[in-house]
Write a protein that binds this ligand. Sequence first.
Ligand code: ZN
Length: 370
Amino acid sequence: METEITKTIRCKLVGLTRRKLELLNREYDNFQHFLKMGEDRGVYSATKQQGKRTYRKIDPNEEYPLVIRKDLMDIRRTNNKFAKYWARIPVHGVRGGIKVALAHQPFNFEEWEICGSKLIRTKNGEFYLHVVVKKKVKIKSEYSSIIAIDMGARWAGVSVALHRSKPKFYGKRVREVRGKYFWLRRKLGMEKKLKAIKKIGHKERRIVNDELHKIAKDIVDEAERNNAIIAVGSLNGVRNNNKGRKVNRKVSTMPFYRLKEYVKYKALERGIAVIEVPEFNTSKQCSRCGSMNTKRRGVFICKDCGYQINADVNGAKNIMKRAMGYMLTVGAAVTQPDGERRFVLHTPQPLKLHGGSPDSGRRSLDEEAA
Ligand SMILES: [Zn+2]
């Protein structure tokens, strides 16, 4: 099966000569003036049209990025030592636009289709080109293992996998960072240092995000090495049923949501499917006997079968169970004569980002899990 992925590449414009900087600033200012006053002091005509189409409501206090039409965006690789890519920015009054160098980055534009771009001027006068790119990716349909991840409150994530016996815990550093900044914010709050609070908020977010990207990469690397499909819990459909405090707290606080997005994204890029299974009761239910007669005080204890296990690992195991159930209802789990496990995904959930997964298949899983 095939799916399309899009992403936005952020490129800083570097080495701008004074003349180029002047031209960019003029175009940018004239564009703002055009949007706000309707008067054209000289803006590239296609940019003007795109601007009108893109920005419907204009706030006089905002700055609006220049919108560059897809077919006018030209990004080329160079042999230049200074920059790997050059881009051509159309500006009013300059034939063929102006050529600008993009800061070096690992991304390969040749492998993607360029969709649209925006040129953004920052508060300190630097220019960034945001390029939206897309490409078609083939998603594997046969796997020999499953990695199930529970994105939790105490850890950014805990995973179990069919190809290993030990669980993995992710996000020790995320926890430390969040803890540290929590106390720092509180201290500054008492001293009413609001600016400082905002600043460390940005810093914290950046560090946590970096960590989450690393964790996601770890997970997807492991999936690739072991030809595993990835299963995550989904809160969609749980929220409307209003299932308790735990879920709500999870949604509102942890960066787990971002981690999930990163995992999905990186997996898709490498053609690995991510399936979402309902997360409802994964923390309450015993992953061994399915009983709900359990308690958790750090350690998970099943009052029916006596199973004792780290509570987060229990959650991950429940996601694994549901994922196997899912594979059995919509895919097929086949054990080969040589004992190698093989999962075939026939009708995968659409692999959408920022969206839910469809209801098909979920209902039967919910019943099975209940
Ligand atoms: Zn039990």
